[in-house]
Write a protein that binds this ligand. Sequence first.
Ligand code: MG
Length: 501
Amino acid sequence: MGEQVEQLKKHLQRYYDLNAAAALLGWDQQVNMPPGGAAARGEQSATLSALSHELFTAEETARRLEAAEAEVAGMEFDADDASLVRVLRRHYDRATKIPTELVAERAKVTALAFEAWRQARAENNVALFEPHLERVIEVTRRIADALGYEEHPYDALLQNFEPGMRTSQVSRLFNDLKAGLTPLLQAITERGKPIDDSFLGRHYDVGRQWDFTLVILRDMGYDFNRGRQDQAPHPFTTNFGRNDVRLTTRLISDRPQSALFSSVHEGGHALYEQGSPERFERTALSGGATMALHESQSRLWENMIGRSKPFWQHYFPILRAFFPEQLADVRLDDFYRAVNVVRPDFIRTEADEVTYNLHIFIRFELEQALLSGALTAREVPEAWNARYQDYLGITPRDDAEGCLQDVHWSSGLIGYFPTYALGNLIAAQLYRRMKADLPGMEEGFARGEFLPPLQWLREHVHRHGSKFTAPELLARELGEEISAEPLLEYIRARYSEIYEL
Ligand code: MG
């Protein structure tokens, strides 16, 4: 390794340590902290963020980065050192392009917007949030200008969360997907064989639910020596290096599928982090790469594997041993169909595989319209409801279950939503190749064998850490661009069979 790259890495180790400490405070806040601790915790977190930002944007970082760039010039694109410097340059430019005053203004605007959103949602009064959303959009527009873009201001924001992706490309992908999903959803609601999932509403002891999630996580290959599971109202995964990766789940007694699929979903995120190479620790290359690649891992485990028939051929008898009374009159096939029920609903986070992406398209379209000025904050509720009617055939009864349901806009996270749908697309592409590479893999699920998919993901995704963007990784490992067809094929096959279309 070159001397300059070594110096740069050393210089930034404290930055990654500060970020890990901040993440631990965040984990504690959501898992353990009593409500009274919120104000002090907010100050502690802000102090750590300020220190870490100062360290990263310091003159010394710029100087060392330039020296390292000279040293890696001419190296292979995917060499560790060249990749580290390339990724750091991207992070550094994004961290320094926005003027400090604008960063401070965004923090102020979003802090107020978040409180207003909370109140507006609780009181179902969207008017309380509208002026704040207008200010968030205005400051976001200036941030997009500061970051710079070629085609559309939305590109600058999208790059924050999904480097290498353009708005025009995402629009094309979503249009392809929408063209395939809409007729399928119509066929399911009009002539699909009805599914009775009422038995999922019985009382399932939460302690037993918890034990069952631990069985699945162990079988998936999640290493409890380097991780743990806790409870949180909104499940998430966080980590402080590859050897301490923590996930959370949510236990609801009359909704056992919530804990089940939350644990498998977060387990997919956690396996990605645990699979990051040791040599990348405390550098920009450690851990999962982009939002969409991360979501591809969680969705692949949750949906492609966790909602498959062979998965339940193995686990249904085990689950029935945990809940003999509740599931006495339920057959494997009833259970399999119940956990795959398709039901257009208002709430994105509860959506099934067929309707989920439609929720994302609505947000993606509205964000672009807000940013370009074609839509004002005041017009959002009406535009939101019209699109729900158009795409899903339903109209929210009020704004709390309509445009006020997500936290993202109040926090200034504009450009984030598309990564969820992109993750679904990538998951299907990876899964298709994995299946071709591992004949008999799905038959293995029915025998409780889940290490082959994990090993495949380790080899093709996890071992690269954060070296590559999503398009780079797909080109290298699959020889493909991101596309909608694999997801459409997979969804059509599964749901035509389930609904006997
Ligand atoms: Mg996720």
